[in-house]
Ligand binder design. Sequence first.
Ligand SMILES: Nc1ncnc2c1ncn2[C@@H]1O[C@H](COP(=O)(O)OP(=O)(O)OP(=O)(O)O)[C@@H](O)[C@H]1O
Ligand SMILES: [Mg+2]
Length: 331
Amino acid sequence: MKFWDRKGEIKFLRAYLRSFPNSILFIYGPKSSGKSTLIMEVIRRLRSNERVIYFDFRSKLLRASQSFIDLFFKIGGSEREGLKSAFDIDEKSKKGMSHGEINPFEIMEEQLKRGSGGNVIIVDEVQKLKGLYSDPRFKDGGLMDELLNFFVRITKVEHISHVILMTSDTFFIEELSSRSLLANCAEYYLVDFFSDDIAKEILLSEHLNDVEASYVVSWCGGVPWFLERVLSKRKILGVKEAVKSLYDMVKGEVLKSLGRLWRGKEDLAKKDGEVLVKVVMGGRVDMLLRDRDSVERLASEEVVFYDPIKGLVRPQTRLHDRAIREILGLQ
Ligand SMILES: Nc1ncnc2c1ncn2[C@@H]1O[C@H](COP(=O)(O)OP(=O)(O)OP(=O)(O)O)[C@@H](O)[C@H]1O
Ligand SMILES: [Mg+2]
């Protein structure tokens, strides 16, 4: 598959991975901004003596009945093309862990200390772990704290592994970043859509002319899959129609989302509507008190994006911006 370059982001991540492990790195960003694609490319470019364990919860429907041990360990090893997807374990040790006789975190640490190269642990869609509390060892949400404690230990204290945690659930990022155990132990890095300039470069490199490329960017911004869609449809529909069909789709989705949130709830519609007006008109959104629950609702439906580190709320994409304006009857 084609990879459109992310020079700035790759430079940042390579520098992080080359440095002495000293903090957890949270990668966050809007849905489909290109986080997973980027990290896979960075992994491809790593030195071969680097051991990478990539916990990919993207395609997994994690059930609350699933245990931490099942997710993080695999009997007989999990390496494919130099990439591991779990820690190794044998049958006997797994039993020991399940009975609480062996501490899984000790086994993990031991494995990380083996070998001469560096280690990188990546957890993609880390927010999926928040529902996994059924393991009796980790009551009342204790799993997340135990895991974070472990990640702090192997980065900040033992310096034996890098740890990258990825999510588009920014309320979850906010919740985690407010925990005292992470104070001075974590960094946060936003992987956003492409900038307008880069999106235009991409479209020019894909043989759109200057006028077409500018038109697409003015409507779609730098959302990778919007660009892909326009490029794949332009031969059949032409550029303008391809953009229009995307816009109609996004507007339909926004309408459906607002219907789900507001149907029969006039008070919510009024409150969220006012917040949406502020978001598209550049007004100040009050995330501490007044507007918080509206933003949480609208972000859960991916109508808006909340950046908890910068404290900003914006429409999910440029097409969403237009759709919201049209739906609310703004100019
Ligand atoms: N650098 C890139 N080059 C080419 N295509 C890309 C690039 N980044 C993203 N894409 C396209 O956009 C789609 C979404 O990207 P990706 O799944 O990496 O986003 P994400 O931020 O991980 O999404 P999610 O929030 O759902 O985890 C991909 O399927 C891919 O087709
Ligand atoms: Mg992803």
